[in-house]
Design a protein around this ligand. Structure first.
Ligand code: MIG
Length: 786
């Protein structure tokens, strides 16, 4: 039987496929953990992953293996359904999926029957050749957030996107696609929400009412299954928790990767690298990381060092280490075609490279000239790649930057004939960068034994957070690009990524000194704080901008180091729950219309409680939207009531940064790098407010995986204004804190009555100005009565 809609659109489709898919349900059965719905040629498989996650997989090849690069969980074994004349129903404790029988259509409801999301009644899911598209009902007030690294507004309504990982050098503020694929979005309407992750690595499409006269939204891919996970939790935080449960969360990053990172294409010799590091130390500007871009290699051959300019890498590394610096070196996927080059010879011998269908090795030109490309989709190739890093780790490198892994080649459009094993490039392209990062991470983790490697990748697919940090590629040195960068960071945070950077200062072009200063001040509040610049541009190090600007840049970098206890605890939160460190206001203030306004959409929370308003370098005031609650300007401690727009002073010395009332913000004194012991004082800032609050304070050695075996230091800090009480719970874990003393700094409080540990009074001394007290950091329960 044909449904009416198919005749209306039949002229664009192969009629057979159309009818086969959208026709009636022929058979329904429960098979193991899945519900199988059979139509003439296709099958829909329904799985329950959790009470808030249901998967729908519509496939034309039901017997093909069910594989995913992103998903690391299994469905729960239980699924049952209720059969009714026109439809069937699958239920969990929080979700209801109604499946219409004729034609086959899917609608998701809350347990109390509120419609969250539904197929467009006319068109549902269609194949057109191999391309598969699902058309959805669009609610009049529906907004969309997500998709990771995508240009455009926070609310993606009215825009259309393509996922096709691309070396988007010189991209503008509207360019699409960029480097990464995160086919996951959250829809918001009628005070409800849902998440949808289409797990498909083919070239894919998302249209949020842009091309349909606002009649529907649609998404799909050039091949493969219509395979999506539907998330029904009713808070963005919980949806992100579910999404990162499904696709994994980041491990604790090496603490040093959260310090200041100085990069350039390229520091051309060991001497130059050392000079940069020495200058930071001489000028007492804190920093942890310096980079080697492509010119450290011999003829751009991966896993080699330039014989003259980097003749003694170990000696260079020893000097860097003595100064407390880590080195990150770049690697590209392209292996130079050159007999006698180790990686080339090994790869040829073992057949590790991508081919044409006739078996010939695929060759494209990149930096080294003619290159082969490792097939990172094979376990043995990933192992081999991973082991090759000894060429770098032997010298002492522990950071690995994966570039050009879209994959990129001169000419950009790699022919679709390129194959990984039997699978054509277009099917896997969007996962290539992720699998390279995986090979890099797994390999270097093994080599470094118990030490955490730092991996940074440009191309990515959903799930990459398990292996690597990301940066947003080749941005440009102008204000609008700085603001775009912030939206990309905020949006990447909605897809499980937490360790994210942009090239501070802008990769292409030269920033004005004002832009450099401003961008650096925003970098303080960027999860990964890395200054990077293109070859041929002016040098970007903090001391290249005149003494006055250098002083501002230095002060801002110092602020970053002061905040590290708070930042590291925020990464612990990302590791535990999937909540990002840079958070679009859509996470906490989802249903507040104002935060989506183009004027305020770049604002974000850094961690739980620091609100940042990115401000262009040409303005010295900023209109800031303060959401619900009370707020303090960080620099002046002036208090503001939320739900209003204020005009804030925004000189280059003072980015508009606000602290949420009731905030708990642990800080430390300035150190020059994260390995430095410091003065042992944890500065615990509490900002008075009406709402109770709590903060999970977290420390570990910052370097090893011992935290997985209980070697961490953790304590919950509670602020309870109702009882005029601040409590530091008894500590957990087997790692001693590096702080011997606490310096409690109370903002907006009248007085303190008592401080006790395990109910006995504590000897506290007045510390500095304002209401502040210094006392010994003891493991027992600390109570501060105010
Ligand atoms: O073709 O390695 O995005 O960060 O400096 C350019 C040189 C290759 C692109 C990266 C950029 C890096 C540059 N790379």
């Amino acid at each position: 039987m044909l449904d009416i809609s198919s005749s209306a659109i039949a002229h664009t489709y192969s009629t057979n496929m159309q009818t086969e898919l959208l026709g009636d349900i022929q058979r329904i059965e429960v098979s193991g953990d899945k519900l199988v719905i059979k139509t003439a040629m296709a099958e829909a498989h329904i799985y329950i992953y959790s009470p808030t996650i249901i998967r729908v997989n519509m496939t034309k090849s039901p017997s093909a293996p069910d594989q995913s690069f992103a998903v690391i969980q299994q469905p729960s074994a239980e699924i049952s359904y209720k059969d009714m004349p026109d439809s069937i129903e699958v239920r969990t404790s929080t979700l209801k999926l109604r499946i219409n029988k004729s034609p086959l259509r899917f609608s998701f409801y809350t347990a109390d029957d509120q419609l969250l999301s539904a197929d467009d009644e006319r068109f549902g899911t269609n194949w057109q050749g191999e391309q598969v598209i699902t058309y959805r009902k669009l609610f009049p007030d529906e907004k969309f957030i997500g998709l990771g690294e995508k240009t455009g507004n926070l609310d993606r309504r009215g825009t259309s996107y393509v996922n096709w990982n691309t070396d988007a050098s010189e991209h503008g503020i509207k360019t699409d696609p960029l480097y990464k694929t995160f086919p996951f979005f959250i829809g918001l309407h009628s005070s409800l929400m849902y998440g949808l992750f289409m797990d498909n690595t083919h070239k894919s499409y998302f249209d949020f009412g842009a091309t349909t006269d606002e009649q529907m939204s649609w998404f799909g891919a050039d091949g493969g299954d219509m395979n999506y996970y539907f998330f029904g939790a009713q808070s963005v935080t919980k949806i992100l928790e579910d999404y990162t449960w499904l696709t994994g969360r980041m491990e604790m990053p090496p603490l040093w990767s959260l310090g200041y990172q100085q990069c350039r294409w390229s520091y051309m010799s060991a001497k130059e690298v050392l000079k940069v590091a020495q200058t930071f130390r001489k000028k007492k500007i804190p920093a942890d990381v310096v980079y080697c871009d492509i010119d450290y290699m011999d003829n751009y051959k991966i896993f080699t060092w330039h014989p003259e300019n980097f003749a003694e890498p170990k000696a260079m590394m020893d000097e860097l280490k003595a100064m407390g610096f880590h080195l990150v070196t770049i690697v590209d996927p392209g292996i130079k075609v050159e007999k006698g080059y180790k990686q080339y010879d090994e790869g040829i011998k073992k057949n590790y490279f991508a081919t044409y269908p006739n078996g010939e090795k695929y060759i494209a030109n990149v930096w080294p000239g003619r290159c082969h490309f490792p097939d990172f989709f094979r376990g043995d190739v990933r192992d081999w790649w991973g082991k090759s890093f000894t060429a770098l780790t032997d010298a002492g490198v522990d950071g690995f930057w994966n570039d050009m892994n879209e994959p990129a080649a001169w000419g950009q459009n790699i022919p679709s004939l390129m194959q990984f094993g039997k699978r054509p490039m277009p099917e896997l392209r969007n996962a290539y960068g992720m699998e390279m990062a995986r090979a890099t991470y797994d390999g270097t983790k093994k080599i470094l034994k118990n030490r955490r490697p730092f991996v940074l990748t440009r191309a990515a697919y959903a799930g990459t957070q398990r292996y690597s940090a990301v940066w947003t590629g080749d941005n440009s040195a102008y204000d609008a690009h700085m603001l775009l960068g912030q939206r990309l960071v905020n949006s990447l945070g909605l897809t499980g990524m937490a360790l994210i950077g942009v090239d501070i200062g802008g990769f292409t072009g030269n920033p004005t000194p004002e832009l450099m200063v401003r961008w650096n001040s925003l970098g303080v509040y960027t999860p990964m704080f890395r200054n990077h610049a293109c070859i041929g541009t002016v040098y970007r190090e903090p001391w290249q901008w005149g003494t006055k600007n250098e002083a501002i840049i230095k002060k801002d970098i110092q602020q970053r180091y002061r905040l590290l206890p708070y930042i590291y605890s925020s990464f612990y939160q990302a590791h535990q729950t999937g909540l990002p460190v840079s958070r679009t206001l859509a996470i906490d203030y989802t249903h507040d219309e104002n935060i989506y306004h183009p004027k305020y959409q770049n604002q974000f929370l850094f961690g739980d409680a620091i609100l940042i308003c990115p401000t262009v370098s040409t303005d010295d005031t900023a209109d800031v939207y303060l959401p619900k609650g009370n707020w303090y300007r960080l620099s002046t401690e002036e208090k503001f009531i939320g739900l209003q727009v204020i005009t804030a002073e925004a000189p280059l010395t003072d980015l508009p940064v606000f602290i949420k009332a009731s905030a708990i913000i642990p800080m430390q004194s300035v150190i020059q790098n994260t390995a430095e012991k410091g003065d042992g004082i944890l500065e615990l800032n509490i900002w008075n407010g009406d709402e109770p609050n709590q903060f999970v304070y977290y420390e570990d050695d910052g370097l090893s995986y011992n935290y997985e075996k209980g070697e961490f230091y953790k304590r919950v800090i509670r602020f309870d204004p109702g009882n005029k009480l601040i409590v530091l719970d008894t500590t957990e874990g087997n790692h001693p804190s590096k702080f011997t003393h606490i310096n409690l700094i109370l903002h907006g409080f009248g007085k303190v009555k008592t401080i006790s540990v395990n109910n006995s009074a504590v000897k506290a001394t007045k510390a500095g100005k304002g209401l502040s007290f210094k006392f010994e950091n003891q493991d027992g329960e600390v109570r501060i009565q105010f």
